[in-house]
Design a binder for this molecule. Structure first.
Ligand code: FAD
Length: 400
């Protein structure tokens, strides 16, 4: 049985989860020279090499993340049956960070900070609020904490109002050069199908080494076997007669819908981070860069010992949330239109405007140019329907 020792030290900050958000927060705390005690509790047995996070470079990338970027590309492209479009920019490059590198950096910083600790094999059973903090129960122990930041991704909801991003991919190596190393194929072979909006994502590390993923934006979950089958057909057309070695597999179903942020405890806020904290751009499925922004704000509040406020820490501002909600309404109503929308964005929006929009740093004119290329009538209809849904929801809340 777990017991609490009266003499047990209270940890200042417990971060649940050593993933993108949890480790980014630890690094941001280190950067801001936080002097309190920090424990990251992770259920897995150790650091994983299970994903590559990509994002567009900007001034918002912290220097410690900059130091572990493994690859940068100046060109990214989209291809449909109608045509091939590419964008190029030498500042807003497309960058990648491997999860194992983030883990290694966090481990290295932790080894230099006596007050920081990362504990693996630690499955959280419960988090309860006490008068002056939290009681965290794991399979092996009970901990006391002044503040808990929970980054465990929530279970997928079957009643969501958005989409799901389902993908299966393999990082492969061949003995022949089949990839164009200078260009990320962001959406290749983009088309609408019975599955939803499907495309192939190719992240080339060299002419004979790349991550290739079959991705689908869909309303329902697409099972791994179906994704794998489509991937097998696609990879044959890419590698042709060459043999290849699979270095790693990536498979996931990610939420492209807003996560309910009203889960906070009435006595003392339990702060959520990462996907659980609303870091995911619902219309794109990207969250890594917004988690960096969140981590910086959160670390700053913790360092200055100000009360954490979930609204002030929101990783994505309400303008993007609303625009993404409209986009998702459009796509849910007619998935086929997705191809036209992405094609127009690539054909008619400048690379730097697109990159800033994708990383929530758009100027007024960037936003205007994105709106301008959209099919007007369907977006207006979706905007009205989103507006009335939101008003109905807020009326309902006020009546309670
Ligand atoms: C394969 C893959 C590729 C992706 N690529 C990109 C990309 O290129 N760009 C991008 O912006 N986004 C990408 N994403 C989306 C998103 O950025 C990632 O999912 C990101 O890792 C989310 O960060 P997070 O901190 O919310 O969750 P995670 O990184 O998943 O971290 C949560 C951590 O909590 C731990 N945990 C869960 N339950 C418990 C428990 N009970 N006790 C203790 N610990 C627990 C988990 O083991 C995990 O380590 C990708 C996602 C996946 C799955």
């Amino acid at each position: 049985m777990n017991t609490i020792d009266a003499e047990q030290a209270i940890v200042d900050v417990v971060i649940i989860g050593a993933g993108a958000a949890g480790l980014s927060l630890l690094l941001a705390l280190d950067e801001q020279q936080y002097t309190g005690t920090v424990k990251v509790l992770e259920q897995r047995s150790g650091p994983q090499n299970d994903r590559i996070w990509s994002f567009w470079h900007s001034n918002a990338v912290p220097s410690y993340i900059e130091s572990i970027i493994s690859h940068k590309w100046s060109t990214w492209s989209l291809m449909t049956e109608q045509g091939h479009y590419s964008m190029e920019h030498c500042f807003y490059q497309y960058c990648s960070v491997r999860s194992e590198q983030l883990s290694a950096l966090a481990a290295e910083r932790t080894s230099r900070q006596a007050n920081f600790d990362i504990v693996f094999d630690c499955d959280i059973a419960s988090v309860n609020v006490e008068d002056d903090g939290f009681i965290i129960t794991t399979a092996n122990e009970t901990l006391l904490a002044r503040q808990v930041i929970d980054t465990r991704p929530p279970a997928l909801s079957s009643k969501h109002q958005g989409l799901l991003q389902c993908f299966y991919g393999e990082e492969i190596r061949l003995d022949a050069g089949v990839f164009e190393p200078s260009t990320v194929k962001l959406m290749d072979q983009l088309r609408s199908s019975a599955l939803g909006i499907e495309f192939v994502y190719v992240l080339p590390f060299s002419a004979n080494h790349a991550l290739v993923e079959f991705t689908c934006f869909s309303i329902d979950i697409i099972d791994k076997q179906t994704l794998k089958k489509r991937f097998a057909q696609i990879i044959k057309t890419i590698v042709k007669q060459h043999d290849y070695e699979v270095v790693r597999i990536e498979h996931a179903v990610l939420p492209m819908y807003s996560i309910d942020q009203n889960r906070h405890n009435s006595q003392r806020d339990l702060i959520y981070g990462g996907i659980a904290g609303g870091a995911m751009r619902t219309a794109t499925g990207y969250s890594f860069l917004s988690s960096q922004r969140w981590a910086k704000k959160c670390a700053s509040a913790l360092t200055q010992r100000t009360k954490l406020d979930a609204t002030a820490l929101a990783p994505i501002n309400s303008l993007y949330q609303k625009m993404d909600a409209i986009m998702l309404t459009v796509l849910r109503t007619d998935m086929k239109i997705g191809v036209t929308i992405f094609e127009r964005l690539f054909r008619r929006v400048k690379a730097e405007r697109f990159a800033r929009f994708m990383t929530e740093q758009a100027t007024f004119f960037d936003i205007l140019s994105v709106i301008w290329v959209m099919p007007k009538w369907v977006f207006l209809r979706a905007a009205f329907s989103s507006f009335f849904t939101l008003s109905a929801l807020s009326n309902k809340k006020n009546q309670r």
